[in-house]
Design a protein around this ligand. Structure first.
Ligand code: THU
Length: 141
């Protein structure tokens, strides 16, 4: 039987540290069309961190969000067993992952903590299952 490490009942204490990493990644955002820069930092249970930023291009529709960049970077490097992602943006309302990113987070990271923060330090931490309560995934196929 495959053993799965139990998920922590509370988010780790260091999610604001993870957000600091996401804030640095945000500075590399390529967002000339929206002007909306986002940074993400995805953490494994072992404590490795992979960052992402949004990458826009002239066709608009091929834009990748910071979250998906981080997830695809990580899984393409063979990483797994994630426990949290921090997402930092600068907006009046906190920026939660878009629908596409929720799906990708659920499928590749599972029910990890999602820590969203703005540049003033306002923050909220939720789980992917709160953002995507009735997911479609491989169990449906
Ligand atoms: N964006 C992200 O990178 N992550 C989010 O959670 C929300 C939206 C990006 C996509 C696009 O480059 C810009 O923000 C505006 O939608």
């Amino acid at each position: 039987m495959k053993r799965v490490a139990p998920r922590a009942a509370e988010p780790g204490p260091a999610l604001s540290d993870l957000a600091r990493v996401a804030r640095l990644a945000r500075r590399r955002a390529i967002a000339p069309f929206s002007g909306f820069k986002v940074g993400a930092a995805l953490r494994t249970r072992a404590g490795e961190i992979v960052t992402g930023c949004n990458v826009e291009n002239a066709s608009y529709g091929l834009t990748l969000c910071a979250e998906r960049v981080a997830v695809f970077k990580a899984v393409s490097e063979g990483m797994g067993h994630f426990d949290a992602i921090a997402v930092v943006a600068d907006s009046r309302r906190l920026t939660p992952p878009c629908g596409a990113c929720r799906q990708i987070l659920w499928e590749f990271c599972g029910d990890v903590w999602v820590h969203i923060e703005d540049l003033r330090g306002n923050a909220r931490t939720v789980r992917v299952s709160e953002l995507l309560p009735m997911p479609f995934d491989r169990r449906n196929l």
